[in-house]
Design a protein. Structure first.
Lengths: 272, 531
């Protein structure tokens, strides 16, 4: 090799060492900010994952927007200000959420208001450590999602949730299914393959059973009455033993439009 | 003794100034000689200037005898073997990246936890809570891909220059083992992040092992530690990746390099050896290029060049080492694909029975690869004397490219049209068009395909919606979805969180049934919007 080749290589080599050092120095200066940004992004992604898991697992008892159905609300001021004090929890709200979701609630702490599923437990244990379906990181994601309600709960921000348009289906049974899900019926009633509520009677075969419940009443009339006037007739059997009176909301007549009611009845009649 | 020392000091102080200086310089020079195994200060300066040795015998060779590390290096290369277009420095680059991987790997090992419960979280910690964590991870990922690439290219170069022939056949075999070690190092490392990409790629890979004849299920169990990949599998892959394969790699590399550098030398281009070039050129090509200083300077130069380019690339162009969603054994992602160096196997698997395509044929390929020096009896290394070998090599290159293309998810796998549309616009792994729309451009509302007013939408939302419309209309035109309608629903859901639903309804062309498909997405203001 020639004299000049070595010198060129030494020069270029030194140049690239300088370039590498500058790049590393620059990265070093930026590193703190970058780490903080990464943490924010990871938090955002945890909330997104938590949102999906909440909708799939928690919404049927706590409501789509955390407003509470048979389980207590998680999006109100009480939850964020007084709840852990009232319960006597010594740690953070985040730990409270993770603990409750992981190990469940064998007995409701407010049984008159929030009976929960009532099948031996009020709230199931969700963590895989206790036999549930969720991983610890999934439970932490759900906690981040729930904690994100703080701003709206304490009215620091306001958001508007638009009503999701129901699919315009030609088939009344399909539309009825959408009503069944949207109105929270799934929280209390089980239909095989659709829902697993354990509070009210199982509706998997209500289409055929409805005609046998009250003498002289057709299946369709029975179902219609059960929705509009729940306490008129208490079904004989519920997953937990006797069917509780005064639990099913009596105001579906106001909440549902006539078309929605027809669709819901058609759907339930089809469950045979 | 004391007297002797005192006397020496007195004698020293009695000398003249020049004599004192000479003595001190001599002492320093001796130190330098000891440190550099025989090179004086004068010699060092001659080295850096590129001048010939200042002493006889040539002191630059001594270090090869006295130093362990230098003993495996050759004293010199022949000039012709250093021609850039002969080797492209591919062997050097492969080794360089192996070193990059070892160093970055040792650093990452401090933070990584090889258990399914903690692996993913430890990667998140590396990226958000460890200084230069992301850089280490990016270097490790990029280094791995480059190492695999350079090892493959090095093998092809060696094949096409016929450098496996004659006495080099054993070296070639060690090279094939190094190729296998490299590929399995990369594959075992692939599982470690424990995300969907990793988990399912390795499930497919080990399922191929399951299909091996005779010992298939046992080898699958051995790799996984259990019928499904779980804690046992992750630990075994981790130990393979950080202990067994690196040790095997270092051992075989040492054998390989010793044979290349000390026993046979890097091959010369065939034209120098087979009477093609005139004798003066051959003599020129056989000139010696010493390790010290020429080759060493060149190697250090290459190292700093590649390091600089690597860092610049990571800073400006590299999107980052990927990390998908947490591994979910219950949910197979739609477009699972193998790492790019295994796409050819995935392509082959689409051709037929997994035992043949996934196990037997690849094994035959490896055996043939090892046996090439014994199958090819042609003593000539010149390309024009080896038409069969060259054609065979080119066939292999094309075969690998074609099967790799076939291994990509879009090839040969039918997905229902609505599912495909959603997956293309908002892929399960990755970002895609929907998720890259700026948060404030996601204006709440319900938008129907072919009805909504795109002019009223912010630009990025309008672009997305136009693409959505185009895909739905295309499916209609192609007769895959009849009377197709599409809807996009966007609402605020929480502070800085919006819910988006894409729903399509259509009549199935074959069964005339009404069908619908919908998917909901939750998008946060601070989520990443660029790859």
């Amino acid at each position: 090799m020639s004299n000049s080749r070595i010198q060129t290589e030494i020069l270029l080599g030194a140049l690239f060492i300088v370039i590498s050092s500058i790049v590393l120095l620059y990265m070093g200066f930026r590193e703190e900010t970058k780490l903080a940004e990464s943490a924010v992004v990871q938090q955002a992604q945890a909330i997104e994952v938590g949102a999906g898991l909440f909708a799939a697992n928690c919404a049927r008892c706590h409501g789509q927007n955390g407003e509470g159905l048979i389980g207590p609300p998680l999006n109100d001021a009480y939850f964020f200000t007084d709840r852990i004090k009232d319960v006597g929890w010594g740690g953070t709200l985040e730990d409270y959420i993770i603990s409750t979701v992981s190990s469940g609630r064998p007995v409701s702490t407010r049984p008159d208001q929030w009976p929960g599923e009532g099948i031996g437990y009020a709230m199931p244990a969700w963590s895989q450590e206790y036999g549930g379906p969720l991983r610890p990181d999934e439970i932490r994601a759900i906690a981040q999602f729930i904690l994100n309600w703080e701003a709206t709960a304490l009215e620091q921000e306001s958001i508007t949730v638009l009503e999701e348009p129901v699919p315009v289906s030609e088939d009344p049974t399909a539309r009825g299914l959408a009503v069944f899900n949207a109105q929270g019926c799934a929280a209390c009633h089980a239909i095989q393959g659709i829902s697993s509520g354990q509070v009210g009677p199982d509706l998997t075969q209500i289409g055929t059973l409805a005609a046998t419940r009250v003498d002289g009443m057709s299946a369709e009339d029975y179902i219609r009455e059960s929705i509009l006037n729940p306490d008129a007739f208490i079904a004989p059997e519920c997953p937990n033993g006797e069917c509780p009176a005064g639990v099913m909301p009596p105001n579906f007549g106001d909440k549902l439009s006539p078309e929605e009611l027809d669709d819901l009845v058609a759907f339930l009649l089809a469950q045979e | 003794m004391q007297n002797g020392l005192l006397e020496d000091v007195r004698n020293f102080m009695a000398l003249s100034r020049e004599e004192k200086r000479a003595k001190v310089m001599e002492a320093i020079d001796n130190r330098v000689r000891i440190i550099t195994a025989g090179l004086s200060i004068k010699e060092l300066r001659a080295l850096l200037r590129g001048a010939p040795p200042t002493e006889r015998p040539n002191p630059r060779y001594k270090v090869h005898v006295t130093s362990f590390i230098a003993h495996i290096r050759p004293k010199f290369y022949y000039k012709a073997s250093t021609i850039f277009t002969h080797t492209f420095r591919l062997g050097y680059l492969s080794t360089f990246f192996f070193l990059v991987e070892i160093i970055t790997g040792l650093i990452l090992m401090i933070y990584y936890v090889p258990s399914p419960a903690e692996a993913y979280g430890s990667i998140l910690t590396i990226e958000s809570n460890v200084m230069f964590g992301e850089l280490m991870r990016d270097l490790h990922r990029l280094g791995a891909e480059l190492m695999v690439a350079f090892v493959w290219l090095h093998m092809f170069r060696t094949y096409f220059t016929g450098s496996y022939k004659g006495e080099r056949s054993f070296t070639w075999m060690t090279g094939v083992f190094l190729l296998l070690i490299t590929v399995f190092l990369s594959f075992s490392g692939y599982l470690l992040p424990w995300d969907q990409l990793a988990y399912w790629a390795v499930t497919i890979g080990t399922s191929m092992a399951d299909k091996a004849p005779v010992f298939g299920p046992e080898s699958n169990l051995l790799l996984r530690g259990a019928p499904d990949i779980g804690a046992g599998g992750l630990l075994r892959f981790y130990l393979l990746h950080v202990v067994l394969l690196p040790l095997a790699g270092i051992l075989v590399l040492s054998i390989h390099y010793y044979k290349v550098a000390r026993e046979h030398g890097i091959s010369l281009p065939a034209v120098y050896e087979e009477g093609v070039l005139p004798p003066e050129k051959v003599k020129e090509g056989k000139k010696r290029i010493d390790l010290i200083p020429d080759l060493l300077t060149h190697e250090i130069f290459l190292a700093s060049l590649v390091t600089g380019l690597l860092l610049l690339y990571i800073l400006f162009f590299y999107p980052g080492a990927p990390l998908g969603d947490h591994a979910n054994p219950l949910k197979t992602p739609l477009d699972t694909k193998a790492p790019w160096y295994f796409l050819w196997i995935q392509g082959m698997l689409k051709l037929g029975d997994p035992t043949w395509m996934g196990v037997i044929w690849p094994t035959i390929f490896v055996i043939v690869l090892i046996a090439i020096p014994y199958i090819d009896r042609n003593p000539s290394r010149l390309a024009k004397n080896r038409p069969i070998a060259i054609t065979w090599g080119l066939f292999w290159v094309i075969f690998l490219l074609v099967t790799s293309y076939m291994g990509t998810p879009q090839f040969g796998i039918e997905t229902p049209p609505a599912v495909r549309i959603v997956q293309d616009l908002a892929p399960e792994e990755g970002i895609g068009m929907l998720r890259s729309i700026p948060f404030d451009d996601l204006v709440p509302g319900t938008y129907f395909v072919n009805e909504a007013d795109k002019e009223a939408m912010p630009k990025r939302l309008a672009e997305f919606f136009a693409e959505y419309e185009r895909r739905v209309n295309l499916a209609e035109e192609q007769g895959k979805m009849l009377n197709a309608t599409g809807m996009l629903y966007i609402t605020e859901w929480q502070k800085d969180l919006k819910k988006v639903v894409m729903r399509m309804e259509w009549t199935d062309p074959e069964t005339a049934q009404q069908k619908s498909f919908e998917h909901e997405f939750y998008l946060h203001r601070d989520r990443p919007r660029e790859e």
